[in-house]
Design a protein around this ligand. Structure first.
Ligand code: CS2
Ligand code: MG
Length: 403
């Protein structure tokens, strides 16, 4: 099965998505997500100019060799642009191989390890009372794991707190907007939030929280310690992780489980964190970490150290990434949880998919491949619009935050 053509499709059904479609001489097609929020066209150009010309005529079944060829052959290794481009190729090839085998992708990975994929939903509120109501609403919808984020008194806008009840879009402007941040206000407010949420939902619901890299290591340690009475499932991205040792300091102070890695691209970004057991969950996912082929390598390393997976699943990852991630989740032995934020109806219409939600779980379905397609005609009706993630500055003097 030879690759006969490949093309990049950029569309904006409510937000930007970059999709790679690979065609073969046998008439089968496979697709992969290549979306990198706020830097979409960099990946599109990388694919168009530097990857697609090297793919034509290759055997589409040689997924591993093509992965190594793109990774090692570039000379310039790693980085989000390169690894998202490689991920798109890898995902499209796994889709093709599974379609050729007439099997759902999870079968090729080794079959089901569980009946469905536990997901967590996002409860957001402008204050504690509204966030508690949202948590209870998610409970009613069947979620058994819920992330809670709330507005903070004295801060006008807080990153990660969605505006509407269901949809979430942090890339909100065609130039980066700037938000104020104050760690002390946040550190005082967040334990009060989780005290109220835990009292409202009782002990059995998994509660999660995302710090979005805004704290220093010692501040993160303080937060983890102050959240211990509320038994979080995890505290995510407590501090930036370029310096992997920073997590040693947090770990020394708290038993709150730690999750990190939605911005990681390779196993090298998390090797020390995993081998030193400084984290409990690894958040890397298909599109930003080199596709199924590389994510599997990360998960296997993590399994040796009892670190579990918790794939990133925000709406800036397309349904194509979600579909592939769900097949991965259904198989991976050290599965932890999967993030889930529903896409808008426009996005779902552009990307018809086999996965379904029910009772707090997602199911990838049994369609051959990863079960997600793209309606190119519809996609063409939504042209690209530049959009950026916001920037945070300390309220007191405008210093750019770590985040
Ligand atoms: C967030 C994301 O889902 C998460 O955990 O951290 O919303 C993240 O901010 C965006 O995916 C950035 O593109
Ligand atoms: Mg996050």
């Amino acid at each position: 099965m030879k690759i006969s053509s490949a093309r990049v499709i950029v569309c904006c059904p409510g937000r930007n998505f970059v999709t790679l479609k690979i065609e073969t001489d046998q008439g089968l097609t496979g697709i992969g997500d290549a979306t990198l929020n706020g830097r979409e066209l960099a990946v599109a150009a990388y694919l168009d100019e530097h990857v697609i010309p090297c793919l034509i005529g290759r055997d589409a079944h040689q997924i591993e060799d093509i992965w190594q060829y793109l990774y090692k052959g570039a000379y310039w290794r790693r980085g989000p642009v390169t690894m998202s481009a490689i991920a798109a190729v890898d995902t499209a090839l796994w889709d093709l191989k599974a379609k050729a085998a007439k099997m759902p992708l999870y079968q090729l990975l080794g079959g089901k390890s569980r009946s469905g994929v536990m997901v967590y939903g996002h409860a957001n509120g402008r204050d504690i009372a509204q966030t508690v109501d949202e948590v209870l609403r998610f409970r009613e919808l069947g979620y058994c794991a819920i992330r809670a984020q709330s507005g903070i008194p004295g801060l006008e806008k807080v990153y990660g707190v969605g505006r509407g009840a269901s949809f979430y879009e942090p890339a909100d402007a065609d130039l980066p907007s700037e938000h104020d941040w104050d760690s002390e206000k946040y550190l005082r407010h967040t334990p009060e939030l989780f005290d109220a949420v835990r009292q409202a939902v009782g002990p059995d619901v998994h509660l999660l929280h995302d710090v979005h890299h805004r704290l220093t290591p010692i501040e993160a340690a303080r937060l983890g310690k102050s959240l211990e009475p509320f038994h979080l499932f995890w505290m995510e991205d407590a501090t930036p992780a370029e310096n992997q040792d920073a997590f040693r300091l947090i770990r020394q102070h708290t038993t709150t489980p730690l999750a990190v890695g939605e911005v990681f691209n390779t196993i090298w970004d998390c090797r020390e964190l995993i081998q030193n057991q400084l984290i409990d969950y690894i958040r890397a996912t298909v599109v930003h970490a080199g596709g199924v082929t590389h994510l599997r390598r990360i998960a296997d390393l993590a399994a040796l150290y009892q670190v579990r997976t918790g794939c990133h699943g925000a709406t800036d990852l397309s349904p194509v990434c979600m579909g592939a991630a769900l097949h991965f989740d259904l198989w991976v032995p050290n599965f932890g949880i999967q993030e889930y934020m529903p896409h808008t109806d426009e996005t779902d219409a552009v990307f018809p998919h086999a996965y379904t939600f029910g009772d707090g779980m997602l199911y990838p379905g049994d369609a051959p491949g990863h079960g997600v397609e793209i309606d190119e005609g519809l996609a063409a009706r939504y042209p690209y619009r530049r959009a950026y993630l916001p920037v945070n500055r300390l309220q007191r003097d405008g210093t750019l935050c770590n985040w």
